[in-house]
Design a protein around this ligand. Structure first.
Ligand code: HCB
Length: 216
């Protein structure tokens, strides 16, 4: 089976909520010499994107989404140890990742955190539904030289909190200590500019590229 076929198979197992099949396809991908990085970016992530779109179109419902997420996790169990080996250099900086207050959508956040880790960032993952004050506290606390704050928000409501985070960072005098990248479906470049953050990215692979770029 060719590389593209294996990646398509990986994507299909996510869409079909095939937990065992997804883990098996992840193994198959590695055996075929596909990097774990590629398997995630070009197989799992596009699969989850299609699942999300199908949910929005009411073609599938909550139980199916959760099964797809389980399939993704099963594949991640296979791929994560390989990602460690593929790590593209160390010491790129520290990435503080989190999901905005009031928001528990963590699928994209986890993909982004994984990709940043694979790109050489030390990850401090604060998890989901993180209060703004906690984010600011964490930024103030971290002693690293190079820090990028990577926030996700999947809802228009939770996205508004990103503006408060930038304001609080300024008020606490720690805005200049970090680069700020916010993402998630509702986040646009116009929003990033409006709130005074530094960057956004469409997907996990781009997030890793952008983070490396803004940390230069
Ligand atoms: Co949820 N949900 N949901 N949801 N959900 C959305 C987000 C809606 C858009 C669906 C809709 O109504 N059209 C909507 C938000 C509407 C809005 O505000 N505009 C919504 C809603 C309303 C809700 C609830 C309020 C529903 C309810 O209970 N009434 C509730 C919220 C609970 C809460 O957070 N307090 C809720 C719950 C759920 C679950 C639990 C069923 C489930 C989440 C499971 C989980 O994450 N553990 C869920 C899901 C799965 C979705 C959809 C269908 C998919 C999201 C997803 O995982 N996409 C989503 C609709 C959609 O997006 N099509 C729907 C796949 C991942 C891979 O993509 O965009 O998250 P991603 O991440 C990308 C990308 O954005 C970027 O890279 C990632 C990887 O490629 N990225 C970054 C992400 N973060 C970044 C940070 C950076 O710095 C840079 C890039």
């Amino acid at each position: 089976m060719g590389k593209q076929e294996i990646l398509d198979k990986l994507k299909d197992t996510i869409i079909k909520q095939d937990i065992n099949g997804c883990a098996a396809s992840a193994k198959e991908a590695l055996e075929a010499g596909i990097l774990a990085f590629e398997a995630i970016n070009d197989g799992l992530a596009p699969g989850m994107k299609i699942v999300g779109d199908k949910f929005e179109a009411a073609e599938i419902f909550l139980p199916q989404i959760m099964m797809s997420a389980k399939a993704m996790n099963a594949a991640m169990t296979v791929l994560a140890p390989e990602l460690e080996k593929e790590k593209m250099g160390e010491g790129k900086g520290t990435a503080i990742t989190y999901v905005q207050e009031g928001d528990i959508h963590d699928i994209g956040h986890r993909l982004v955190s994984t990709m940043l880790g694979a790109s050489g960032f030390t990850i401090i993952d604060l998890g989901v539904d993180v209060p703004n004050e906690k984010v600011v506290e964490e930024v103030a606390k971290v002693k690293a030289q190079k820090i990028v704050l990577v926030g996700s928000a999947l809802m228009t409501t939770s996205m508004l909190g990103q503006k408060d985070v930038v304001r609080l960072l300024k008020e606490e005098g720690v805005r200049d200590k970090v680069k700020i990248m916010f993402g998630g479906a509702p986040v646009t470049k116009a929003w990033i500019k409006e709130i005074g953050a530094d960057a956004t990215a469409e997907n996990a692979a781009e997030a890793a590229r952008v983070a490396l770029e803004i940390m230069k």
